[in-house]
Design a protein around this ligand. Structure first.
Ligand SMILES: [Zn+2]
Length: 210
């Protein structure tokens, strides 16, 4: 539920120099589609909601599998779509879990915090930490949170472990948003580099389409 324009912006920023413009267009569309109403209900794994950490990680792996299978068989388009879905989920990871807070706790020197661009998006000990969790979606309060004039009221009623309190979906959420955004862009590029490493040169060329 990171705002759709932010998903689009981050994906373009991460990939525009790396894949063809038609590949980018398909990737961005598939990424943003995950936040449609149909992609919201009953799909915690798309967005790392409700502490669906394992499910989210499994979903990311499945998309990597789809990318490989698609490039082995027919067109690159289904590979781009799968990569779009994957990038959405990895981006939501930083906005919906407490990864950013855990990373800052681990790297703060006295009272000085590292700058947002320094965030390491894949610190294994944190991804595997038992402390990692994400916001719980409470119905219907977490839905009312999205209606601007009801936001204050819903926050007053929502528990602290809710999506409403925990999310880093937009700059309005304060100083931690910047860390989540840098982590999301870096992770998107990290996933691209991972494909470069696991695909054959022919499959990779088909994927980048340049
Ligand atoms: Zn989402």
């Amino acid at each position: 539920m990171m705002l759709i324009p932010i998903h689009k912006e981050m994906t373009c920023e991460a990939l525009s120099a790396l894949v063809s413009s038609r590949a980018l267009e398909v990737i961005v569309a598939a990424n943003c589609k995950q936040d449609s109403p149909r992609g919201q209900l009953g799909h915690d794994e798309y967005h790392f909601d409700n502490s669906a950490i394992e499910e989210g990680l499994r979903y990311i792996n499945e998309q990597r599998g789809f990318i490989m299978a698609s490039l082995l068989s027919a067109s690159a388009i289904s590979a781009w779509i799968a990569f779009g879905r994957l990038t959405h989920t990895v981006q939501d990871f930083y906005a919906h879990t407490n990864y950013v807070s855990l990373w800052l706790d681990a790297h703060a020197q006295n009272d000085t915090l590292p700058a947002p661009p320094e965030i390491d998006p894949v610190q294994k000990s944190l991804i595997e930490s038992p402390k990692l969790c994400s916001g719980r979606v409470y119905f219907p309060l977490d839905m009312l949170y999205f209606i601007p004039f009801l936001r204050k009221l819903s926050l007053a009623l929502l528990p602290r472990d809710s999506h409403g309190w925990m999310n880093l979906d937009s700059p309005e959420q304060g100083s931690l948003f910047k860390y989540a955004r840098f982590a999301a862009v870096k992770r998107t590029q990290y996933e691209f580099e991972l494909l470069r490493n696991i695909l054959t040169p022919e499959m990779f060329a088909k994927f980048i389409d340049l």
